[in-house]
Design a protein around this ligand. Sequence first.
Ligand SMILES: [Zn+2]
Length: 287
Amino acid sequence: MPKITSRLSLLILCGLTSSLAIATPIAHANRLETFVYDLTDSKIEFSLKNDIEPKGTVINNPTRIVIDLPGIVYQGPTVRRRVGRGVQAVRVGQVDANTTRMVVEFSPDVTLNPQDLRLKSTQPGRWTMQLPKNIAAIDLNTISKYVLPVTGVISSGFGWRIHPVTGERKLHKGVDFAAPTGTPIFAAADGVVTDAGWTDGGYGNIVELRHDDGSVTLYAHANSVYVSKGQTVRKGTAIAEVGTTGRSTGPHLHFEVQPDGKNAVDPMDYLQLRQVTLDLASNSFKD
Ligand SMILES: [Zn+2]
C-alpha cells in the first residue's frame, strides 16, 4: 500500500457520471452562486451556475475541509465568515486564475474522518456534503447572547474594507443582512431603547438598544422605526423594518454589537446562527 502523508488525505468524491463534460469549453463563464453552511443539520450546500465536478481534500492540521472548483470564476474579494466553536469559519475565494476554493475551518478538537465525508451532486450544479452531527451540537451549544435580528442573507461582514459608496478604506463596524424592504427587524435581546429615528451620520433611521449588562446593539438603515426612546423591549420584539435609508446601496440591516457600550466588535461572535449563507452571485447589497 502506498504511503500517504499524515497531514493530507484525499477526500472521496461521488460525482454524477453524467457531469464529466468538464473539458468541454463553455460559452458562459461558470460561477459559484451560493454557499450555505447549515448548523442545524451540519450540512454544506453550494450551487454553481453550470455543472462541474469539484475536487476536495481534508487537511487535518490545521483541521479543515478544502473544496476546489476548477474552472469556476469567482470575481470579488475572499469572503470569510466566523461561525462558531465547532466550525470556526467558512471562506470562499479565488486561488488562481482558474480555480475557486472553499474552505471550512474547524476547531482543532473536532475529529474529521475523511471516510465519512462525501460530496454529492443532488442535481446539476448543486452539491452537498454531510458533516458529522456532533459538529452542529458544538456550534448550537455556543453561548450566544443575542438572537438573529432579521431573516436575510449576510452581504457584508465586520472588518476593514473599501466602502462601496465613499471609496474610502474604513472599518465596517457591523454585519449587513440583505433583505427586502419591510422585513421586520427584531430586538436581539431584552433592552431599553436609547435612540430611535433619523441620524445624519450615514446610518439613516436607526434603533439603538442598551441591555442589562451594559452592552449596546444598533440597527441601521431602517425603512421605518416602530419604537421610541425610553421604551423597554423584549427579545424578539419587532422594533423596525428593513430599508435603505442613509448611505446605502440597497435594502439591508446593518447590525452592530458593542459589548462595552462603546466599541463595536464582530457580531458573529455573539449571534446564535442556524445557517451561514454567502450570496456570491449578488454583490448588490452593501452599505
Ligand atoms: Zn453595514
